[in-house]
Design a protein around this ligand. Structure first.
Ligand code: SF4
Ligand code: SF4
Length: 114
């Protein structure tokens, strides 16, 4: 399931640069997806574009936004259940020029008991 940011966000911005997929945007900022520009998903708080979030699968063993967030407001979205393979495929699609190694506990939260 993609991660999402709750109303507890204090707009510190710490998560944005940490996302390996560029999935996090400031409130009110437009985002790009599939060559098109889209309106912000939140007008006033940082937000995550679910189509760009892989729960950090392919990159890190824990969600970087959640690990850094001082407000503990980056949480899994239960309305968007996704498998590790779905998330890994998304990572490949988001980074078409990159060779990903097989997943392990350093590159998938599914491998470390979380
Ligand atoms: S879980 Fe990972 S990929 Fe998803 S928004 Fe957070 S840092 Fe980005
Ligand atoms: S790190 Fe947490 S509090 Fe800071 S902008 Fe991101 S979601 Fe909001």
């Amino acid at each position: 399931m993609a991660t999402f940011i709750t109303e507890e966000c204090i707009n510190c911005g710490a998560c944005e640069a940490a996302c390996p997929n560029g999935a996090i945007f400031a409130g009110g900022a437009k985002y790009e997806l599939d060559g098109r520009t889209h309106a912000a998903l939140s007008p006033h708080l940082y937000y995550i574009v679910p189509e760009k979030c892989t729960e950090c699968v392919g990159h890190f063993g824990v969600e970087q936004c959640a690990a850094l967030c001082p407000a503990d407001c980056c949480i899994p979205d239960p309305k968007r259940p996704e498998t590790e393979e779905q998330l890994f495929e998304r990572a490949r699609q988001l980074h078409p020029g990159r060779e990903f190694a097989s997943l392990n506990l350093m590159t998938s939260r599914f491998r470390n008991g979380k």
